[in-house]
Design a binder for this molecule. Structure first.
Ligand code: BTN
Length: 150
């Protein structure tokens, strides 16, 4: 019995750590701000994984006045996602003739904070197929929850 005690303790701690990890849920819903200062607000995810939202970019590749733009997205609902789901969404810019698709994953970081790690493709409109080669920009964005008053 004396020898079994440390083993039981290790097992208990391991199970405790595992159940703590299992409770780390990342939710897409609500307000986010990214490393460029762009802001978005996401609706609750529906039973099929669909969601909508609004996006206010802080920057633009055009000379147009920036306006809030709609987005539509889809979240992966497979149970293997373990509370940190993958997702994608498309922003249909209301002030330019471009489209951006984002893909990413909702993580809970080491400080217990939710974070969206994304990559994006920004497709611009070209008047000629000859210019297709220069039509797509690519990049990364990291979204976090806004601080109060942000
Ligand atoms: C445009 O310039 O035609 C539309 C705005 C594009 C903004 C891009 S999308 C990727 C990157 N992340 C942002 O938050 N804004 C820029």
């Amino acid at each position: 019995m004396v020898q079994a005690t440390p083993l039981l303790l290790v097992l208990f701690l391991a199970l405790g750590a595992h159940s703590l990890q299992a409770t780390q849920q990342c939710s897409l819903t609500g307000r986010w701000v990214n490393d460029l200062g762009s802001k978005m607000n996401l609706s609750p995810v529906d039973k099929n994984g669909g969601f909508t939202g609004t996006y206010r970019t802080a920057v633009t590749a055009t000379s147009n006045k920036i306006k809030e733009s709609p987005l539509q997205g889809s979240m992966q609902r497979n149970p293997n996602q373990k509370g940190q789901p993958t997702f994608g969404f498309t922003v249909n810019w209301s002030f330019s003739d471009s489209i951006t698709v984002f893909t990413g994953q909702c993580f809970v970081d080491d400080n217990g904070e939710e974070v969206l790690k994304t990559m994006w493709l920004l497709r611009s409109h070209e008047d000629s197929i000859k210019n297709d080669w220069k039509a797509t920009r690519v990049g990364f964005n990291v979204f976090t929850r806004p601080k109060p008053l942000e």
